[in-house]
Design a protein around this ligand. Structure first.
Ligand code: SF4
Ligand code: SF4
Ligand code: SF4
Length: 252
């Protein structure tokens, strides 16, 4: 599979949040007003103005010592994005896949033709966010403006520990598998997510649910809901009908 991908090695993430800040800075997004809500995670969630957030989970580790799990979250740039599938009928071209990188990109004006909830609910990872006043949708862009100019995404460029990696998808898969082998002795439950169907892979030291509810979920086809399945069937039937008409015309 060609295109680009991120490999995020959470076993070396220190939650410095450099990636979070770099994302805001490059995309010229304003700071988010926050308050202490009982966690060091800040801000609390993704938003129209926050494309990347480092999630914190606290657990009791060996010898009753607390351990922290960090999960730098962003859009997973699904290879077959359910959000695109959901928007296609009402807002054709509102969500596109960049040919060079495979990045899933939103056109906020075109996407106005579809209900924001339709797109948000279609995402198995709960990523897209709408602006309250306008209904515009936003999420991580893979920094395609930088990548098309030979630069690394801002979050990757900034990461001081090597937790954030980016490059050709095949190379990222190889790096992820190599790192899994290296950490298995230290973390027997270590696992990789996303290498089959996403462009953002995580190396986790423990079960995905210990990090975040949406750290690992099924994408298509098992994650397809009834509405999307019907739409997919409908689109296939429309294609068949168009092909039948074309062949019929040619034959007559
Ligand atoms: S910049 Fe790197 S080490 Fe810091 S929070 Fe982000 S992924 Fe973790
Ligand atoms: S993670 Fe969600 S928003 Fe990102 S491409 Fe996949 S379905 Fe779309
Ligand atoms: S790739 Fe760019 S837009 Fe996406 S999280 Fe990283 S810095 Fe933000």
């Amino acid at each position: 599979m060609s295109g680009k991908a991120f490999f995020i090695d959470t076993t070396v993430c220190t939650a410095c949040r450099g990636c979070q800040i770099a994302c805001k800075q490059w995309n010229q997004l304003p700071a988010t007003k926050t308050h202490q809500w009982g966690s060091m995670q800040n801000p609390k969630d993704l938003s129209f103005e926050t494309y990347k957030v480092v999630r914190f989970e606290e657990h009791m580790g060996p010898n009753n010592k607390p351990v922290w799990y960090f999960f730098p979250e962003q859009c997973r740039h699904c290879v077959e994005p359910p959000c695109k599938e959901a928007a296609e009928d009402d807002a054709p071209g509102g969500i596109t896949i960049d040919k060079e990188t495979g990045a899933v990109l939103y056109d906020k004006e075109k996407l106005k033709k579809v209900k924001a909830e339709t797109v948000i609910e279609a995402c198995p990872f709960n990523v897209p966010r709408a602006q309250k006043k306008t209904g515009y949708l936003a999420k991580c862009t893979m920094c395609v403006d930088r990548v098309h100019n030979g630069l690394l995404p801002a979050c990757v460029k900034t990461c001081p520990t090597g937790a954030m990696n980016f490059g050709d998808r095949d190379k990222m898969v190889a790096l992820a598998q190599k790192r899994l082998g290296e950490v298995k002795g230290r973390f027997p439950k270590a696992t990789l997510t996303g290498i089959d169907d996403l462009r953002v892979f995580y190396l986790l030291a423990d079960a995905p649910k210990a990090y975040y509810k949406y750290a690992k979920v099924d994408v298509l086809p098992t994650g397809m809901d009834r509405k999307m399945a019907l739409r997919k069937i409908g689109n296939s039937l429309k294609d068949l009908s168009r092909e039948w008409t074309m062949i019929h015309k040619l034959a007559s």
